[in-house]
Ligand binder design. Structure first.
Ligand SMILES: [Zn+2]
Length: 79
């Protein structure tokens, strides 16, 4: 056990293979109530902040518009 307390917990992020009606692919964490079907959830890796997951998604899928889910990643939701 680490002897210090961290405010930020690394979490695993996923991106939906399917686009929203508005054209973007949404990024989620596992606890999300609108998490995509398992076969549509592509793992992005583990990050401390959702903006890092978003950057990773943009690098991995340069042709996709990506956005944070409005339910689980409100701080990264821009639409
Ligand atoms: Zn979500």
């Amino acid at each position: 056990m680490p002897s210090f307390t961290m405010n930020i917990t690394p979490r695993e992020y996923f991106i939906n293979r399917n686009r929203q009606k508005t054209g973007e692919h949404e990024i989620h964490v596992k606890e999300c109530k609108t998490f995509p079907e398992p076969q549509n959830a592509i793992p992005l890796g583990v990050y401390n902040i959702c903006s890092a997951a978003k950057e990773a998604a943009k690098r991995a899928y340069p042709n996709w518009e990506v956005d944070g889910c409005k339910n689980c990643l409100r701080e990264c939701h821009t639409r």
